[in-house]
Design a protein around this ligand. Sequence first.
Ligand code: PGA
Length: 350
Amino acid sequence: MAATPKPQSAGRLARLVTLRQLQILEAVARLGSFTRAAEELFLAQPTVSMQLRKLADTVGEPLFEQVGVRIYATQTGRELYQASREVFDALSRFEMRVADLRGLKHGRLRLAVVTTAKFVAPHLLGQFSRAHPGIEVALVVTNRERLLERMADNLDDLYILGQPPDGANVECDPFVPNPLVVMASREHPLAGGRDIPLARLADEPFIMREPGSGTRDAVERLFASRGLRVPVRMELGSNEAVKQAIGAGLGISILSLHALVLEGTAGRIAVLDVQGFPIRRQWYLAHPVGKELSVVARAFREFVRDEGKRIAESLEREFAPPPAAGPAAGSEPAPRRSRRGRSQAAMASR
Ligand code: PGA
C-alpha cells in the first residue's frame, strides 16, 4: 500500500493571511498604485488600504512605503509579492487541470485586448460563450502599453493586439484585417478629395489617442518614416472620444476602420482617400511562447481562426468601395462608404 503523505505543517501566516489579502498585495505591488489596484479588483480604495494594514500587522513588518506620490514595496513586501505569485500560479495551474478533466463544460477564459479590439472581441466572446455556456469569460480592455505589461506578468490566457511586440518572445496568430484609415468630419474640405498626399495631412490639426496606444504608435511611425511630424492638436483616451471630436470638426485622425463598425461610414465621419492608406494591419491573437494553454484557451484559439475568416468577409462586404468610385486596378484605396450601414450585431448574426 502506498504510504500516506505526512501532513504539511502550516505556519502561522498560512493560518492568518487570507488569499484576498495576497491578491490585493499582488495587485498593489505590480501596479505601484492603490487606486489602480482598487480599480482592477473592483474594490473601494479604503478596503485596499485596510486589508494591507491588516496584512502588514500579521507579517509584523511594513510592506509598502510612500516616497512622494509613489508607492514602493519594501524588501519584505517584494518577498511576499513573489510568494503570492507562486500561490496564484499554482492555483491557476490547478484550475486548468480541473477544467481539462471536465472537457469544455466548465472553465475560465481570461482575455485581455487593446482598446480598439473591443469592437471585435465582444463579438468573438459572444459567439464562443453561446457555443460553450459553462465557460466563464473575463475580459480586460486596456491600451497596448498596459496590455504588454499584463503579458509580461503572465496575467491572462490570451491577448488580442494590433502588432506583435518588438523583440518579445510571443506567439502571434493574425486572424482578421485591421485597416487604419484617415477620418475627418463629412464637412471637412478634404472629404470627397481623391488621392490626397500624406504631406497634406501634416497641415491639419490632429486628434491623437493617448501615449501608450498602439494606434498612435502606428501613426507616429508612418509619419516618421516620411520625415513628417504629426501636428497634434488634442490627445484623447478612447476611440469614441476621438470620433466625437472629429465629428465636431476639431480635427482629423487615423483610427482603425473597426471603430466605425457600429455607425458605418455614412454618418458624420468620412474616410479620406489618402495616398498609402489604409495602413494594412491585422488583429493578432497572442500568448507568450512556452505558455501552457488550457483546453479552453486552445478551443478559443481554434474558434477565433475560423470566426476571423467570417468577420473578414463581412468587413470586406461592409466597407468595399462602391463600384462607381472604385480604384484603379491594383491600388488599395481607403474604404469609402458603407453600402448597408449594418451594425456589428447584424454582422455577428451572419
Ligand atoms: P490601441 O491599440 O487600442 O492601444 O490603440 C490598437 C492597435 O494596436 O492596433
